[in-house]
Write a protein that binds this ligand. Sequence first.
Ligand code: HEM
Length: 159
Amino acid sequence: MTTVERSLPRLLQTPPSPSSKRAPRGRRGRSNGELYGWIFMRASGALLVVLIFGHLFINLMTGDGIHGVDFAFVGGKWADPFWQWWDLVMLWLAIAHGTNGMRTVINDYTSRAGTRLAFKGALYLLAFIIVALGTLVIFTFDPCPPGVAADLLPAICTA
Ligand code: HEM
């Protein structure tokens, strides 16, 4: 039996100590936060199916498929506000969904308050950086920035 096989029963069993049980006495049962989080996971999951499969369909099944995906293709897509907003909503929802899912996993599998705080701090920091950088790129991307030497620009800029 390998190490992975030996640890499987432990990994698959119900998480040992959901942190909701540790909420201070006065706050137990008073908040619907976890319920809303549960509903959000399902609602965002349903929306992500549409956004992600729409994205894959347009990028891979239309035109030249994967061979047509290059710098000019991305530049062309982000010249259209429709695709800017599609990609923005997909990015925000995926990161909010993934971050909330990981928050649940951290709550379920960490028992020390300090460990939980460190993992969640790293998680929220990463989520913020990804959302901030992604949003900035989607709205500031310019395939033909002014003042740049022509030999450094892609062919679409000089055509
Ligand atoms: C087609 C798109 C997706 C659908 C339909 C979907 C659906 C779901 C659902 C329904 C849950 C809740 C599971 C539960 O409570 O038992 C979940 C959990 C989760 N999802 Fe997604 N998801 C999608 C995309 C993503 C993406 C893009 C990410 C990462 C950025 C992600 C990360 C997670 C994580 C970390 C969890 C928590 C896992 C756990 O509780 O064990 N999901 N997803």
